[in-house]
Ligand binder design. Structure first.
Ligand code: AMP
Length: 285
């Protein structure tokens, strides 16, 4: 397995694979890898000849008061996991390799980024789109793998690729959870024991919302209220948002049976203590 911090070296290696006619799968991450990341790598491994993973805590997708400095990092452990899964290349650049001091070009979009996480993190998706565009240029893969855990991000990347005619296929992968239902996340390591228990309220509230839909409810307002009621009962939880949007364009929807492509995203963000966690489900019909 190659580990490289160099854009030039990484690009040359991937180009060499392409020249040999090999299909390349790519998994962008911020590291501190867990089974959620692993599921993306395994999907990439199954569907491609070579797998590249990037590990880069991208400074420009964090707001000024967010956790860029404290975000967990452990390259050695990450590299061991990648090796086990059979990853061929890890791209692990320094921030200075990715962003020159006079860096001033960004990728942004008008739609999709204003709702949900875009409201409380107004520059987040611009940072994500910019770094993912750069990574797609550095690692010209055939397919890139993203988790539904970050469903808005998945929708934004799909749209960016379509709008910019990028030559890469985007594959969405299901959310991997702990046994008790908590969605796996590098940020779960911030939680104290008590907060870890309280964090179960995210998946529990979504399960209640889903149950209501299964019983025939189609009014987004009533489904959101049901989820919010569950969240409010947990003293350590402070909801940032509970939203139901059309998954096609991340716009609010009232009647959940009226989504453009038949897919509705029900997404929540909740502070458990100081830690902001997200979770969601997609309702298809
Ligand atoms: P991150 O390192 O948090 O930027 O995540 C890198 C990729 O892994 C993103 O596409 C995430 O959506 C995906 N991911 C993170 N957690 C999970 C999870 N629990 N299940 C599935 N995919 C995940």
């Amino acid at each position: 397995m190659i580990i490289s911090g160099s854009i030039k070296e990484t690009r040359e290696q991937v180009k060499e694979w392409k020249k040999q006619g090999l299909r390349v799968g790519f998994v962008p991450t911020m590291g501190y890898l867990h089974e959620g990341h692993q599921s993306l790598m395994e999907a990439a491994k199954k569907e491609n000849d070579k797998v590249a993973v990037s590990i880069f805590v991208n400074p420009i997708q964090f707001g000024p008061n967010e956790d860029f400095a404290s975000y967990p990092r452990d390259l050695e452990k990450d590299a061991a996991l990648c090796e086990r899964v059979g990853v061929d290349l890890i791209f692990h650049p320094e921030a200075s390799e990715m962003y020159d001091e006079d860096f001033c070009t960004y990728v942004d979009m008008d739609g999709l980024t204003k709702e949900l996480c875009g409201k409380s993190r107004p520059t987040h998706f611009r940072g994500v789109q910019t770094v993912v565009s750069k990574l797609f240029h550095i690692i010209p893969a055939d397919r890139a793998y993203f988790g539904q855990k970050d469903a808005q991000q998945l929708a934004v990347i799909r749209k960016m690729v379509r709008d910019m005619s990028m030559d890469i296929e985007i594959i969405g992968c299901p959310i991997v959870r702990e046994e008790d239902g908590l969605a796996k996340s590098s940020r779960n390591t911030y939680l104290s024991e008590e907060e870890r228990r309280a964090a179960l309220v995210l998946s529990r509230s979504l399960a209640e919302g889903k149950k209501l839909i299964q019983s025939g409810e189609r009014d987004a307002g009533r489904i959101k209220a049901c989820i919010m009621d569950v969240l409010k009962k947990e003293a350590l939880a402070r909801p940032d948002y509970v939203e139901i949007v059309d998954f096609a364009d991340i716009t609010p929807i009232e009647d959940i049976s009226a989504a453009k492509n038949g897919e509705v995203l029900c997404a929540i963000a909740v502070y458990i203590g100081k830690t902001r966690l997200i979770d969601n489900f997609i309702w298809k019909y």
